[in-house]
Design a protein around this ligand. Structure first.
Ligand code: PMP
Ligand code: GLN
Length: 451
């Protein structure tokens, strides 16, 4: 402030000899302007800190047993982590430099080989695949590249929380439809029992609908959409000329022999489907943040245009190591050496253990068919515990925060996966991640039992 006033005086007194009045006034006005009047872009209006930023801070502050954010607290598969060490010692020094912008050649080749086999059609490594910074960037590019202001995007609730703000950033309008659990059941329900009402879904489609986002296997429910459900969604996409954005990041985590069905393989869907995957989920190394989108050239080219001027290229050594990981997995596919088989078997055991502990504590879980999360209904327990020390937010948010702060067990309140109008539907639920080592699950079990 002192310097500004001093400068103004100098400019008025001495500067006048050298500069015209208009110019001096302009300089003085600029110096006097208050930066408080500079506002962030209008497109951010209404956007808040995401649940992840808030709840990671709670974990840092209160050090709970952490069944919150989705990641394993034990080592990632060694054939992939070791591949990265090998890459760092590789005599090919170019592996430390920029690589091809739309995806490192060895990685897009591996992805093309894998998905060509899985969806039984040729996936061209150069034109049908884009490698991104995690599935987040693949979702972001898909939405930015295809959604115009005013376009409607159908989002199935519960939904992975970034879908809504991404659609809004593009100027689109999210249109929500909830999956509903059966009511008044006497049996333990599975995520497959949470269903879409297909008539209600058709009513959400209109001539403004541009896209529907489907997440299978599902976070947070663990629902694995059946072929029949996906066929009905595909038929609506064709009838109303809509794109299917398929978030399939948990494609390798499926229980009890259920099958993950890929929309991209359906008749006449290739040209209107974008499928998103994640190395973080595929190889259990969420910190590497490599993902991808695949689809027809028509679908993927616009995503490449967004990517080239925002990210341009993902980290070369990580892409090379993931490519080597895929090569091993493709060779082991369908055998007992497959990491993906081991992953599903291991997580199925953890799921069963978690379900047992929660059921014994009257926190009725919905049994997931895939993924590494589950929802538990705490309404019976809520009558016996006092969580009134937390007063802000929805019921599930208050309960979850109380559990973290007072009982040192972290979950995630699932209302963050709903639009405001539908948050009541999950006010009695909490999400837990069971991708944790046995000691962590045992500690969580002790806390839950004591509740
Ligand atoms: N989609 C879903 C359903 C997720 O759970 C996540 C969580 N990581 C992502 C996308 C983002 O994945 P990534 O970490 O690869 O960006
Ligand atoms: N997908 C993970 C989860 O649902 C992590 C999300 C995140 O940290 N942004 O827990």
């Amino acid at each position: 402030m002192l310097i500004t006033n001093l400068s103004k005086t100098i400019l008025r007194r001495g500067g006048i000899k050298f500069f015209k009045d208009d110019f001096l006034n302009q300089v003085i006005r600029t110096m006097s302007a208050n930066s408080d009047s500079i506002k962030s872009a209008d497109r951010l209006e209404g956007h808040k800190l995401s649940v992840w930023n808030e709840f990671i801070q709670l974990a840092t502050d209160h050090k709970p047993v952490n069944l919150g954010q989705g990641f394993p607290d034990y080592p990632a598969p060694s054939h992939v982590t070791k591949a990265l060490v090998d890459v760092q010692n590789d005599e090919n020094i170019l592996l430390q430099q920029y690589t091809r912008g739309f995806g490192h050649p060895r990685l897009v080749k591996a992805l093309s080989k894998l998905y060509s086999m899985l969806i039984e059609r040729p996936v061209d490594p150069n034109n049908h695949v884009l490698v991104t910074v995690g599935a987040y960037e693949a979702l972001y590019c898909s939405i930015m590249a295809w959604v115009n202001p005013g376009d409607e995007v159908i989002i199935i609730e519960p939904f992975f929380d970034c879908y809504k703000p991404m659609v809004e950033l593009a100027g689109g309008k999210p249109v929500f439809i909830p999956l509903r659990p059966p009511t008044n059941t006497s049996y333990v329900i599975s995520s497959g029992d949470w269903k879409l009402d297909m008539t209600e879904l058709e009513h959400k489609f209109s001539n403004k609908t541009k896209m529907i986002i489907v997440n299978t296997p599902h976070n947070p429910l663990g629902k694995v959409f059946t072929r029949e459900e996906l066929t009905q969604i595909a038929d609506l996409c064709k009838k109303y000329n809509v794109i299917a954005l398929m978030d399939e990041v948990y494609e390798w985590i499926i229980f009890n022999g259920k099958q993950h069905v890929r929309m991209a393989s359906f008749p006449d869907m290739w040209d209107r489907t974008i499928t998103v995957g994640s190395a973080g989920k595929t190889f259990s190394l969420t910190g590497w943040k490599i993902g991808w989108a695949y689809g027809s050239e028509k679908m993927i080219r616009p995503l490449q245009l967004i990517h080239q001027n925002s990210i341009y290229v993902c980290a070369t050594p990580l892409q090379e190591a993931i490519a080597r990981g895929f090569e091993t997995e493709i060779a082991n596919y369908g055998t007992n050496k497959s990491y993906w088989k081991e992953l599903s078997d291991d997580l199925q055991e953890k799921r069963d253990e978690m379900v047992q502990v929660l059921t014994a504590a009257n926190m009725n879980p919905t049994i997931p068919e895939g993924g590494y999360f589950l929802l538990a209904d705490f309404s019976e327990l809520a009558n016996r515990v006092n969580y009134s020390s937390i007063t802000d937010g929805t019921k599930d948010y208050r309960f979850t925060k109380w559990l973290i702060i007072e009982k040192k067990l972290q979950g995630i309140p699932p209302s963050v996966f709903y639009s405001e109008d539908h948050q009541k539907l999950v006010e009695n639920f909490i999400r837990f991640c069971f991708f944790k080592k046995p000691e962590t699950l045992a500690k969580a079990g002790e806390i839950i039992k004591k509740l």
